[in-house]
Design a protein around this ligand. Structure first.
Ligand code: FE2
Length: 134
């Protein structure tokens, strides 16, 4: 895989959420670099932990916003977050940090999920926020 870049089409029109998504992409790229440079198990493991922590933080911030905006899609969207958190935990458990192919598979999964989620569920929420702000 090549490195993963933010693209303006990922913007959901809310600065706070966009900034957090950019940060997630930065951490995914750190993981990519650590894996590519074979910086060692500890660095890869720490970066994956950092990604899990930041993902949890980001999801909880989004979920606070669903409540604040009385978002009707709150339940479905929160379920998507919970499902992803579970998958991420499982990946972490079985991650073989010495096998670059496993980390590459993990990275591909993370990027695909994140892009799909941003341009799908998160954009729907962005559109809703704009509507209620009017
Ligand atoms: Fe989300």
């Amino acid at each position: 895989m090549a490195s993963f870049n933010w693209h303006d089409s990922y913007s959901i029109g809310n600065t706070e959420v966009d900034t957090q998504h950019k940060r997630l992409i930065v951490i995914i790229n750190e993981l990519y670099e650590a894996n590519r440079n074979r910086t060692g198990q500890a660095v890869i493991e720490n970066t994956l932990n950092k990604l899990v922590d930041y993902t949890n933080y980001h999801f909880s911030k989004e979920e606070e916003m669903f409540t604040a905006y009385n978002y009707p899609g709150k339940e479905n969207h929160t379920e998507l977050h919970n499902d992803f958190k579970e998958k991420l935990e499982k990946l972490k458990e079985k991650a073989d940090y010495n096998d670059p192919a496993v980390i590459t598979d993990t990275l591909n999964f993370l990027m695909d999920w994140l892009v799909d989620h941003i341009i799908g569920a998160d954009k729907d929420f962005g559109i809703y926020m704009k509507r209620v702000e009017l």
